[in-house]
Design a protein around this ligand. Structure first.
Ligand code: PLP
Length: 312
C-alpha cells in the first residue's frame, strides 16, 4: 500500500505557500465576507460550502477517483442519495443484509411516499433478478455485518442496462480497499465515521461520483437541508486521512489473523472474512478488493460464550 500511503498523505493539501500551514486549520465560520455579486464569492455561508469542506472533498475526490461531497454522517450521505433520486412510483433495490438503517429509511419514508422497495440479499443472482424497472440499486459489498459480497462490475453493468443508477456503500473497505467508481458504480457512499477516519471521535460521511450532474444534485440537497459536517469534524477527518493506508493495512492484517485463529477454533462457527481462501465471498472479493477490510464475523454457541468473549 506504499502508493496508497503517499496518495492519502498528500490528498487535498493546498499548493505549498511560504509560511502557510501544510493543512490549513478549520474555518469555524457560519457567514463569510461577501462584496458585490455573491455569485462571485467562493464562500458565503457554511451551509452552502466552507473552505475546510472544500479541501476535505478534494482529498476524498483524489482517493475515490471522482468528485466528492461531504455530509454530516454516513446516514446523511445515504439519505441524500435515496431522497434525491427516488420519486413516488420509483423502485429501489437495496440489501436485506446490509447496514440496517437504510431499511429504517425505507420503512419510515420511502414506502409511505410510494417508493417500491425491493430488499435482496447481497448475492449476484438475487440482485440481478430484482433489477426490472429499478430506478436506483444500492449495493453494500462486503455487507455489514453478514460479510457477503457481490460482483460489483457485473451487477452494475446489468443495472445500467435496466436504466438504473448504482450506488455502493463502501464504508467497510474504504476507497483505498475497493475502488467502486472504477468498478462501475455511479455513486460511492461512505460513512467516514468508521475505518476512513478511524478514531471513533467524529461522525462524517460523503458521496463520490464522476458525473458532474450527480455531484451537483448532492450539493443542492446538502445546501438546502443543512446535512453538512461541522468544519471542525471535516478538518479532523482530513487530518486522519494521512494515516488511512497505515491503519487500514494493519486493521486488515489483524482481521485476517483473527479470522484464521477463529477458523481453527472449534468454539467458533460460521467464521466469515472475505480474505480467507475458504470463505464463500473470497473469489469475488479477491477480484474486486485491494484490501479485505477490518470486519470479521463469527458465531459463538450462546449468549454466555458471547459475553465471556467480549469480557475477555
Ligand atoms: C456506520 C455505517 C453507516 C452509517 O454511518 P454513520 O456515520 O453512523 O451515519 C452506513 N453504512 C455502513 C456500512 C456503516 O457501517
Amino acid at each position: 500500500m506504499t502508493n496508497d500511503s503517499t496518495r492519502a498523505v498528500h490528498a487535498g493539501l493546498p499548493p505549498a505557500a511560504q509560511g502557510e500551514p501544510i493543512l490549513p486549520g478549520p474555518a469555524l465560520a457560519a457567514p463569510f465576507h461577501v462584496r458585490g455579486d455573491p455569485a462571485g464569492a467562493p464562500f458565503g455561508y457554511t451551509r452552502e460550502g466552507n473552505p475546510t469542506f472544500a479541501l476535505y472533498e478534494e482529498a476524498l475526490g483524489a482517493l475515490e477517483g471522482g468528485r466528492a461531497v461531504a455530509f454530516g454522517s454516513g446516514m446523511a450521505a445515504l439519505a441524500a442519495v435515496l431522497l434525491v433520486h427516488l420519486r413516488p412510483g420509483d423502485t429501489l433495490v437495496a440489501p436485506s443484509d446490509g447496514y440496517p438503517v437504510l431499511r429504517t429509511i425505507a420503512d419510515s419514508t420511502l414506502r409511505p411516499n410510494g417508493v417500491d422497495v425491493r430488499l435482496v440479499p447481497t448475492e449476484d443472482e438475487a440482485i440481478l433478478a430484482a433489477l426490472e424497472g429499478a430506478r436506483l440499486v444500492m449495493l453494500e459489498s462486503p455487507a455489514n455485518p453478514g460479510l457477503d459480497v457481490c460482483d460489483i462490475r457485473r451487477v452494475a453493468d446489468a443495472a445500467h442496462e435496466h436504466g438504473a443508477l448504482v450506488g455502493v456503500d463502501n464504508t467497510l473497505a474504504t476507497p483505498l480497499g475497493q475502488d467502486v467508481l472504477a468498478l462501475g458504480a455511479d455513486l460511492s457512499v461512505v460513512s467516514g465515521t468508521k475505518a476512513l477516519t478511524g478514531h471513533g471521535d467524529i461522525l462524517i460521511g460523503h458521496v463520490a461520483a464522476r458525473e458532474e450532474e450527480l455531484i451537483e444534485g448532492m450539493y443542492e440537497w446538502r445546501s438546502a437541508t443543512g446535512a453538512i459536517p461541522g468544519p471542525f469534524e471535516a478538518w479532523i477527518a482530513h487530518r486522519s486521512l494521512a494515516t488511512l493506508a497505515l491503519r487500514l493495512g494493519r486493521q486488515c492484517a489483524n482481521a485476517h489473523a483473527i479470522a484464521e485463529a477463529l477458523a481453527a477454533d472449534p468454539r467458533a462457527s460460521t467464521v466469515r472474512y472475505p480474505g480467507l481462501p475458504q470463505d464463500p465471498a473470497h473469489e469475488t472479493a479477491a477480484r474486486q478488493m485491494r484490501a479485505f477490510g477490518p470486519l470479521v464475523g463469527f458465531v459463538l454457541p450462546g449468549r454466555s460464550e458471547a459475553e465471556a468473549f467480549l469480557e475477555a
